[in-house]
Design a protein around this ligand. Structure first.
Ligand SMILES: [Zn+2]
Length: 235
């Protein structure tokens, strides 16, 4: 039997924390999609594609060992520090929209972070393996602890989940910093004018908000685990 004491006609009130987190994530993702949809339609005055933008921005930053390559999918853009590649999706690589230019410059922002040894990026890369283990094993261990009443497993589950939350927390400065580098470089290279830059800023801010929402949802999940473990420990 499901034993925890919060059951009231079978409803676990801590589900509310999950629902709030889910709604935050949905709202952030809806906001991002609508902002992208708007700025995908606005062509930049320079007429540069995402790929050309990335190449110019990298050159201006003095980076010569990073490749710009196309990848499949939508919103799959990223910088890969292992292969030193700025990977741009179909909507970005060959497009000249403000959204494409903004995203391309953002990924170059990560390449610059890598080149200058930006500490939060290094820290984030260092904890990726631990965070992956944490997010994979935390729930199974926690559930086993709950079902078989093994308290140490509850604690291990919570600690592992905290590592995944920590990863998301460190992601925030990395993402915001990449965007601010991007906007600064787009301005200083003259790729975007002042008004265009404001549009690119909206795109990048909307993208960053999805990371904030994901973190908030994870913190709520962590809180839920702590409440469930606390309820079990009192039994
Ligand atoms: Zn990023």
């Amino acid at each position: 039997m499901y034993g925890y004491r919060y059951g009231f006609f079978g409803f676990d009130p801590t589900y509310l924390l999950l629902i709030i987190g889910m709604l935050l994530s949905l709202a952030a993702s809806a906001k991002m999609k609508s902002t992208f949809a708007t700025y995908k339609k606005i062509r930049s005055a320079s007429g540069l594609t995402g790929a050309e933008t990335a190449q110019r921005v990298l050159r201006a930053a003095g980076i010569t060992d990073v490749q710009v390559v196309p990848i499949s999918g939508s919103l799959t853009d990223h910088y890969d520090p292992r292969t030193k590649k700025v990977c741009l999706s179909e909507d970005v690589y060959n497009r000249t929209s403000l959204a494409a230019v903004g995203v391309a410059a953002h990924e170059c922002g990560h390449a610059v972070q890598h080149a200058v040894n930006y500490a939060p990026l290094n820290l984030r890369s260092a904890i990726v393996p631990v965070a992956n283990i944490g997010s994979t094993l935390s729930w199974p261990l926690f559930l086993a602890g709950l079902i078989f009443s093994i308290r140490p497993l509850l604690t291990v589950g919570i600690v592992l989940f905290s590592l995944a939350v920590l990863f998301q927390l460190i992601t925030l400065p990395v993402e915001f910093n990449a965007s601010s580098r991007a906007l600064q470089m787009l301005g200083s290279t003259g790729i975007l004018g002042v008004e265009e830059n404001a549009g690119a800023r909206k795109v990048l801010t909307a993208a960053a908000l999805t990371y904030v929402a994901a973190l908030a949802a994870s913190i709520l999940q962590l809180l839920r685990l702590i409440i469930l473990a606390g309820g079990r420990n009192r039994d």
